[in-house]
Design a protein around this ligand. Structure first.
Ligand code: G4P
Length: 527
């Protein structure tokens, strides 16, 4: 076995978050190229659900197949083992992304220089913040005209509530873009707009006041750069690794992913400062990665796209110890021991059977339905990892069995899809009708399509006009019973049998909160 502590220390498990189109796929691809994990550009291009084909089933299916391979992209760079966890950018798959973010130790946030901070970025950064995930910002597309760098930094601070610390300073933009000054390594990185020098020319340059600067980037740009560096040094805090690791300071880099510009600088800094596996919270205690006994949790379940094999892959994040192939582990919810003969590790575009995995790694376990999202595996200890919540859905439909001969398949299919976390299922208390709740409309089509193709079951939808489903709790059981009685037609249960209130409008929700001050309304399933 390789040295356990060294293996932990050299791991970096992270996710790239952005609004669609900011350049996440392009950046991922460049990072993989540096790691030698892929040989040509374009290899991971197709891992996203194309925005133009949002309601095309076959497209979804195809993309789903590809995204198994790109769910985790592992590679080695300068003796560091990097695991990139893919986060779907499409907003209808936001829950998938939120859950994946529970399995990362840090994140890179990509922002389009022209569009600035967009809606999806705000949401994803907010999720990272709840977990104090350290984040680095990459401002992309500097080869195009965009917002003024300082205005953009202000926007990042305001909208993303970040304290930023620029580690590079752009020189010009769009047609006048000359490169960046890397403040972290004191280097000038020059941009070649013809793209001949893919990595750009790098000049060691530790003093921007040296007259040589004029010779290299010209008088105007030199003057501007000096002013900008002065401004950065005067206004923004210096880089502090501890503050970054605590999630309180966010280094910012500028570059152009498609031109592979500024990417290497960020990556070199990333492997130095980004955290190795961090401790993971459970209901019982904090799990340190250095503990020798294995623990891990399921953060994602992916169904096989081949309808003839209804098996799935459960993605387990190793939190402590070493996961070993063929060893017995306790499935805490089932209170049963299982061993896994063919665990897989993910290396860029392929997966391999592995014998052991270390904290920070993601293991793919072949599953025939024994896992649900959030399940824990240990060497015997009873633990429940926390911080893997479901979010209050906002789009609802009644789901009815469309074929009386296939009631069982319908029931089973629906349950399994919910275990995978495709959507949430609620049962109305009054009449036992099933309601599916999602965060995006695309899920309804996915469910219908998959029920038909994987379970031969027909699903019919009927409109359900609810505004939000929230979990309710109360210290006083009599009060909760009274709430259930007074709101009986809006009460449902989730899959764990917990009380859920289906509000028809914001007004209705406010009214309920006012009328029942002792009842707590929860907007995530963890409370
Ligand atoms: P996403 O995964 O965040 O959705 O974004 P993706 O990488 O697919 O990039 C979105 C578009 O932005 C792509 O163009 C991509 O080529 C372009 N892009 C990425 N980085 C840069 C950059 O540094 N500068 C410029 N100018 N463009 C960049 P597309 O036309 O949508 O796709 P494609 O036809 O180029 O593949």
């Amino acid at each position: 076995m390789a040295d356990f502590l060294t293996e932990i220390k050299r791991r970096r498990t992270f996710g790239i978050v952005s609004h669609p189109d900011a350049g996440k796929t392009t950046l991922t691809e460049k990072l993989l190229l540096f790691g030698g994990a892929i040989q040509e550009a374009g290899a991971v291009k197709s891992n996203k659900i194309k925005k133009h084909a949002t309601s095309d089933f076959m497209e979804i299916e195809k993309q789903r197949g590809i995204s198994v391979a790109t769910s985790v992209m592992g590679f080695e760079y300068k003796n560091i083992k990097i695991n990139i966890l893919d986060t779907p950018g499409h907003k209808d798959f936001a829950e998938d992304t939120y859950r994946t973010l529970t399995a990362v130790d840090s994140a890179i946030v990509v922002i389009d220089v022209a569009k600035g901070v967009e809606e999806q970025t705000e949401k994803l950064v907010a999720v990272c913040k709840t977990r104090t995930t350290p984040m680095i910002v990459f401002i992309n597309k500097l080869d195009r005209e965009g917002k003024d760098a300082f205005d953009l930094l202000d926007e990042v601070e305001q909208k993303l509530k970040m304290k930023v610390c620029p580690l590079s300073c752009p020189i010009g933009m769009g047609s006048t873009f000359k490169g960046v000054y890397n403040l972290y390594e004191k280097k000038l990185v020059l941009f070649d707009s013809h793209g001949k020098q893919e990595l750009g020319e790098v000049v060691e340059f530790d003093d921007v006041y040296s007259p040589e600067l004029e010779d290299i980037i010209g008088e105007r740009a030199a003057k501007q750069l000096r002013e900008d560096v002065e401004l950065i040094e005067g206004v923004y805090p210096p880089f502090d690794e501890e503050e970054y690791l605590a999630g309180r300071l966010n280094p910012v880099f500028f570059g152009s992913a498609v031109n592979n510009f500024g990417v290497k600088e960020m990556l070199d800094c990333f492997i130095e400062i980004a955290p190795s596996p961090r401790p993971s919270p459970t209901e019982e205690r904090m799990i340190k990665p250095t503990e020798t006994k294995f623990t891990g949790f399921v953060f994602k379940i992916h169904a096989n796209i081949d309808p003839n094999h209804r098996d799935r892959i459960a993605f387990v994040r190793v939190c402590s110890g070493v996961f070993e192939r063929g060893k017995n582990y306790l499935h805490v919810r089932h209170k049963k021991q299982y061993k896994f003969a063919n665990p897989t590790a993910f290396m860029a575009d392929k997966k391999d059977i592995i014998d052991e995995s270390y904290p920070g790694d993601i293991v793919g376990l072949h599953d025939t339905g024994k896992f649900v999202i959030g399940d824990t595996l240990t060497e015997g200890e009873i633990l429940k990892f926390t911080g893997i919540p479901s979010f209050a859905p906002e789009i609802f439909r009644y789901a009815e069995n469309g074929d009386p001969m296939k009631a069982k398949q319908f029931q089973k299919g629906l349950e399994q899809l919910m275990d995978e976390g495709v959507a949430q299922l609620f049962t109305v208390k009054m009449n036992n009708r099933k309601i599916i709740g999602t965060v995006g409309p695309l899920q309804f089509e996915v469910i219908q399509h998959r029920l038909l193709h994987e379970y031969s079951a027909a699903c019919r939808y009927e409109p359900a006009n609810f505004f939000k489903a929230c979990w309710v709790s109360c210290d006083n059981p009599a009060e909760l019973a009274e709430f259930n009685r007074r709101r009986s037609q809006y009460m449902a249960t989730d899959k764990h049998g917990r009380d859920v209130f289906l509000a028809t409008s914001q007004w209705e929700l406010n009214a309920a909160e006012k009328a029942f001050p002792d009842i707590r309304f929860h907007f995530t399933s963890e409370f």
